[in-house]
Design a binder for this molecule. Structure first.
Ligand SMILES: C=CC1=C(C)c2cc3[nH]c(cc4nc(cc5[nH]c(cc1n2)c(C)c5CCC(=O)O)C(CCC(=O)O)=C4C)c(C)c3C=C
Ligand SMILES: [Fe+2]
Ligand SMILES: [Fe+2]
Length: 344
């Protein structure tokens, strides 16, 4: 086999013969988080996150003055206080749990795959981790945004960031992306085992189980984003699989941001409404989050409880996300193996 240099008197570049290749890389990606639960770190994180045109679909000329002039001067202190309530010894729960998922997935997938993790905003960044995989000899990479339901603001922006990195590579690794897995039997079965198990160990049987998904602007749904449909389908499949005729289940949307209309029904409104109409025992699960984070540990488990109890509710439980427990890890292994087929 001849190469581009044969027949010439040019020398091969030094790395031509030393560069490693032939390995497969897997990059798990979640949203991102500040470096510390402090105002400055939260400001840097929110500045990057909320400047993403996939997240805030308002023309920059209008949005940037609002972001820099108002939001980044007011929100970071409040958000930092919320992060402090949930911060762990290993840092932000979202980053710590994503790291643990990668660590536990590595031996499950074996030496043929090199598993890394990254955050879309903040660190470790997607370009840094793609570079590390490439340097380690991975010429095939599976990019896996850990969002079961596809949303432009989460899944697509991960691919955008990886494409930016690919854009200036002379020698690109081959890249695949993990499709959304909102209706995958492995995902529904992991949720059923995990949520079912948690419900069985509660000190009370809830009358209602809320399935709370992160929200997004209603306009995004009207523009064709499939996120809302994916959430509804997950909720429907999960309700059927849990088969708890003694518990009424409702899908709701949390974490509204800004003044525009977001997907409804809103989790906080439903918590108050349920308590007001006489529901006394309620549990809440967040099947759209792969890992516990600010939005589940603070907004649901702390604020959600306060909202429910203030409206007359008596018993409340916020269930954990799949995190790095066995049902979730078995699911991640199964879906990654399937996507890696032909590469291993
Ligand atoms: C799981 C899917 C998510 C979707 C869809 C999503 C859309 C979305 N989010 C915002 C604004 C904010 N989200 C924030 C935190 C946050 N969001 C997700 C996931 C989704 N977001 C996660 C996992 C987290 C937690 C991060 C952590 O560090 O734990 C925040 C920041 C927190 C705060 O200051 O309160 C904002 C802001 C928009 C505008 C949006 C859809 C367009
Ligand atoms: Fe969000
Ligand atoms: Fe929130």
């Amino acid at each position: 086999m001849t190469d581009a240099f044969s027949g010439t008197d040019q020398q091969l570049p030094a790395d031509h013969i030393t560069v490693k290749s032939g390995r497969v890389g897997l990059l798990l990606v979640n949203l991102g988080t500040p470096e510390a639960p402090e105002k400055g770190a939260v400001r840097r994180y929110l500045g990057e996150f909320l400047s993403d045109k996939r997240v805030i679909e308002i023309p920059s000329l209008l949005w940037q003055p609002i972001l820099r002039g108002i939001i980044l001067n007011t929100r970071p202190a409040k958000s930092a206080a919320a992060y402090r309530k949930v911060w762990s010894e290993r840092g932000s729960p979202l980053a710590a749990i994503t790291a643990q998922q990668a660590e536990l997935l590595q031996p499950r997938l074996g030496d043929g795959v090199m598993v890394e993790w990254a955050m879309r905003y903040g660190n470790p960044s997607i370009p840094a981790k793609l570079e590390a995989l490439k340097q380690a000899g991975c010429d095939r990479i599976l990019l896996a945004p850990l969002y079961p339901q596809y949303c432009g603001a989460t899944s697509a922006t991960v691919v955008d960031k990886a494409s930016e990195w690919l854009g200036d590579k002379r020698s690109q690794p081959a890249m695949r992306t993990l499709p959304p897995y909102y209706d995958d039997p492995a995902y529904i079965s992991a949720l059923t085992k995990d949520i079912g198990g948690q419900l069985d160990t509660l000190e009370f049987t809830p009358e209602v189980l809320l399935l709370s998904f992160h929200g997004m602007p209603q306009r995004t749904l009207e523009l064709g984003d499939p996120y809302h449909c994916h959430c509804q389908k997950t909720a429907r499949l999960l309700e059927t699989a849990l088969a708890r005729s003694d518990i009424r289940m409702r899908a709701t949307f949390q974490s509204r941001f800004g003044r525009a209309k977001w997907l409804e029904p809103a989790t906080d409104a439903v918590l108050a409404e349920e308590a007001a109409k006489g529901t006394r025992r309620l549990a809440i699960a967040a099947p759209g989050f792969s890992a516990d984070c600010l939005e589940t540990l603070e907004e649901l488990a702390i604020q959600g409880r306060e909202q429910f109890e203030a409206a007359g509710g008596k018993q409340f439980a916020a269930l954990e996300c799949l995190n790095a427990r066995e049902p979730g890890m078995a699911m991640l292994e199964a879906i990654m193996r399937r996507e890696l087929a032909g590469w291993l």
